[in-house]
Write a protein that binds this ligand. Structure first.
Ligand code: HPA
Length: 269
C-alpha cells in the first residue's frame, strides 16, 4: 500500500510545476471552482498509476494543479464513492497521495440531506463534526505510518478555519448553518425512519461521501474544512421524493455562495 502511494506521488511530482500545500475535493456544489483555476496542469485519473476511475454522472475524474487566486492548489475534480464499489482504501487513496505531495490543508464539499428542522434547501452547512456510519472503516487493517494506530478525532474539522469561514460569510452577507454530517454508504437516500434515526443520533445532515477522506486526512495530519450544500430535507413533515437530478439542481443553485466562501478561505488559509 505505502509503496503504491509513494509510486503515485513520485509520478505526479515529476509532472507538477508547483508544490501546493492546499488541496480541494470538488464535490457536488463546487465543480465550477475548477474553471477559476489558472496556470493549469490537468491529468485524468485514468493516466495516474493506481488511481481508481470515477463513474458517477456529474463527477469528471481528473487532478488539476494550478492557482486559485494567489494560492498554489491541487484539486480533485471527481471523487470516489464507496457505493460505486470501491474499497475504503481506494476511496481514500488520493488523500494519502496528497500527504506524500506535501498537502497541509484539505477543503471538501458535498451535497447532503438536511435533518435539522431549521434547515432549508439551498442552505450551506459548515461541517463542525461528523458521525461515521460507513460499514467499513478507512483505517481498518495494518496501520500506515502516516499517523498513530488510534488517531485522535477531537477536532476533525479545523476550528480556526471554521472561524475564518464564518467571518467571510458574515462579511459578505451569506447565510451559513453549522452542523454534524452523518456519512452513510448509500446509494439509497434515507427512508423517513432513517432520517429520524440519524437526527436522534445527533446528525444535522446526511450524505454519502466525505467522512472516509476526512478520517484519512486527520490520520495523515492534514487539517480539514468542509461544507455541505443542503439539497433536500429529511425533516419530518417536509420529506418528499428525492432524485439525483434534484440534488444536482439544488447544488448548482447554491454553487456561487459556496465558491465565494471557499475561494476566500483558501486564500487566507
Ligand atoms: N441522503 C443521502 N445523501 C444525500 C442526500 C440525502 O438526503 N442528499 C444529497 N446526498
Amino acid at each position: 500500500m505505502l509503496e503504491r502511494i509513494q509510486e503515485t506521488a513520485s509520478f505526479l511530482k515529476e509532472k507538477m510545476h508547483t508544490r501546493p500545500e492546499t488541496a480541494i475535493i470538488l464535490g457536488t456544489g463546487l465543480g465550477s471552482l475548477a474553471d477559476e483555476i489558472t496556470d493549469k496542469y490537468e491529468i485524468p485519473y485514468e493516466q495516474i498509476p493506481y488511481f481508481p476511475v470515477s463513474t458517477v454522472e456529474g463527477h469528471k475524474g481528473k487532478l488539476i494543479f494550478g492557482k486559485l487566486g494567489q494560492k498554489d492548489i491541487m484539486a480533485m475534480q471527481g471523487r470516489f464513492h464507496y457505493y460505486e464499489g470501491y474499497t475504503m482504501q481506494q476511496v481514500t487513496f488520493p488523500v494519502r497521495v496528497m500527504r506524500e505531495l506535501g498537502i497541509k490543508t484539505l477543503f471538501v464539499s458535498n451535497a447532503a440531506g438536511g435533518m435539522h428542522p431549521d434547515f432549508e434547501i439551498g442552505d450551506l452547512m459548515i461541517i463542525t463534526d461528523h458521525i461515521n456510519f460507513f460499514p467499513e472503516h478507512p483505517l481498518h487493517g495494518k496501520n500506515i505510518p502516516y499517523g498513530p494506530r488510534f488517531p485522535d478525532m477531537s477536532e476533525a474539522y479545523d476550528r480556526d478555519l471554521i472561524r475564518k469561514a464564518d467571518a467571510i460569510a458574515a462579511g459578505r452577507g451569506i447565510k451559513v448553518q453549522h452542523g454534524v454530517y452523518v456519512g452513510t454508504q448509500g446509494p439509497t437516500f434515507e427512508t423517513p425512519a432513517e432520517y429520524r434515526m440519524y437526527r436522534i443520533l445527533g446528525g444535522d445532515a446526511v450524505g454519502m461521501s466525505t467522512v472516509p477522506e476526512v478520517i484519512v486526512a486527520n490520520h495523515c495530519g492534514i487539517r480539514v474544512f468542509g461544507i455541505s450544500v443542503i439539497t433536500d430535507l429529511g425533516v419530518e413533515g417536509k420529506i418528499v421524493e428525492v432524485s439525483h437530478e434534484e440534488v444536482q439542481k439544488a447544488a448548482d443553485a447554491a454553487q456561487p455562495k459556496m465558491a465565494e466562501i471557499m475561494r476566500e478561505l483558501i486564500n487566507q488559509a
